[in-house]
Ligand binder design. Structure first.
Ligand SMILES: [Zn+2]
Ligand SMILES: [Zn+2]
Length: 467
């Protein structure tokens, strides 16, 4: 009887072979993709942007090889346990399988003994158990399914003349051979059923199987490297997400920088002449209200006899908005109220960066466009943009580089007098952060790996020009 449950090593090998297959196909996909690219890209592009191309390779390798390898490793024990339990259950079910009655010899009527039981595919059933009986008296054999039905293979008619056939079954090394011989024309037909699942045919020798097992079947060290790389990629994604966000909001930051932050006295100076110009007198500011926000009441009198309420309110409203458009003050949404030529309203101040950002965004929605500042004029003060820029530069350096050192190389400087002075040129050098690299070692001299990947030395900055 065929036994399904095998030793632990059998399942380990079976699982690991699956892992190796998966990783090999991922690896060949990455290598194939980048070899094509290597052929198509101009030489200059690859040499000038080598770290960038390497990084892309490493990312794709991560998702197609390292990540699947890690997830296979994580599921290894549980899967092997499950397989073993399934096979054990199969063995137990087979061992206890039994056919009731009708197991007598169809020729001589004597009882027959079971000589084998096997799982087999049966038409219309998932999997069934086939019993092979042998007559103790006349040695004739009979094959029955678990439910007592005779094996269909034994009932066929001659395919040539349609006459009855006599069948004979033999079993050798897990293969049932059924031979049907026609009683009329003596035509014979042989059917073979392979019950063993081992592929005994010699497969071509796989020269890299041991090497690839070490490369792709992760131990705890490799899993740790994987988790470090995953975290690092997440950190990199975060850096770029905020960079993108800033590109989108670039003019908002320009806008914030351009907001004039006025004290109350300056606000008064700004508004008073505008009120007068528009025909309003007795401009007054009330006491500031300091709550969660700062607000300030104002009032004035309309001096134009023929100006109606609607026109008066609208004119003043517009004049105030125009005057405040590049300041941190705004007319509150209630607007201007009017009674017998007495106009009043409230102004609100914006102080925090967050509030200012909201204010600028709101104004931009209404069509206000901040003047785009020329980059050359950017001063190294703590303006918002520079703050972000510096912070990201630092984070970028931490993400992309390792072993950064500031050194110097000898150089020459031509002075105004024409004299040549010996000097030294500072150079920043380092290597690509190891966490960004492919951590599965490549096979020696593996021609399927793109050249630029095989030859990349991860160094930068100390070639010819420095940084
Ligand atoms: Zn018999
Ligand atoms: Zn025949």
């Amino acid at each position: 009887m065929y036994t399904y449950l095998k030793d632990h090593k059998y399942y380990e090998d079976r699982y690991d072979e699956g892992t190796i297959d998966r990783c090999r196909s991922g690896e060949s996909m990455v290598n194939g993709t980048f070899k094509e690219l290597e052929k198509k890209l101009p030489k200059k592009e690859l040499s000038e942007k080598l770290p960038g191309w390497y990084l892309q390779y490493s990312q794709m390798y991560f998702f197609l090889v390292e990540k699947p390898a890690a997830s296979r490793a994580e599921q290894r024990d549980a899967t092997i346990t499950k397989w073993m339990e399934e096979d054990q259950a199969k063995d137990e079910k087979l061992a206890s399988a039994h056919i009731k009655g009708e197991t007598y010899c169809r020729s001589c009527g004597k009882d027959m003994r079971v000589i084998s039981k096997d799982y087999m595919q049966r038409d219309g059933h998932k999997e069934d158990i086939l019993f092979m009986f042998e007559c103790e008296g006349c040695n004739k054999r009979l094959a029955l399914w678990l439910d007592g039905t005779e094996w269909e293979g034994a009932k066929h008619q001659c395919e040539k003349c349609g006459g009855n056939t006599v069948s004979k079954h033999t079993k050798k090394l897990g293969v049932i051979t059924s031979t049907e011989t026609c009683e009329k024309c003596k035509h014979t037909k042989t059917t073979k059923l392979d019950l063993s699942d081992s592929k005994k045919e010699s497969e071509p020798v796989d020269p890299y199987i041991e090497l690839d097992r070490k490369r792709f079947v992760f131990d705890s060290d490799a899993l740790f490297k994987y988790s470090q790389k995953l975290k690092h990629f997440e950190r990199m994604a975060k850096l770029h997400a905020t960079a993108e966000d800033k590109v989108q909001h670039a003019d908002v930051y320009d806008g914030i920088k351009q907001v004039k932050r006025l004290k109350i006295a300056q606000l008064k100076e700004l508004l008073e002449p505008i009120f007068i110009n528009e025909g309003y007198s007795d401009f007054k500011l009330g006491d500031p209200q300091f709550g969660r926000e700062v607000s300030l009441d104002f009032s004035c009198l309309d001096t134009k006899d023929d100006r109606e309420e609607y026109q008066s309110k609208k004119t003043l409203h517009k004049a105030i908005e125009r005057a405040l458009v590049d300041t941190n003050w705004r007319l509150m949404s209630a607007g201007v109220s009017y009674r017998l030529g007495f106009l009043s309203g409230s102004l609100r101040a914006y102080e925090s960066e967050d509030d200012l950002k909201k204010l600028v965004e709101q104004r931009m929605k209404n069509g206000y466009a901040p003047v785009t500042e020329k980059k050359e004029n950017a001063t190294p003060d703590a303006s918002l943009k520079n703050e972000f820029y510096n912070r990201d530069m630092r984070e970028s350096a931490l993400i992309y580089f390792d072993k950064l050192t500031l050194g110097s190389i000898p150089g020459e400087k031509t002075l105004k007098s024409g004299k040549i002075k010996q000097t030294s040129i500072p150079v920043l050098s380092g290597v690509m952060n190891p966490l960004l690299r492919v951590f599965i070692p490549m096979r020696d001299n593996d021609e399927s790996v793109p050249k630029f990947v095989r030859n990349y030395d991860f160094k930068f900055g100390d070639r010819t020009t420095g940084l």
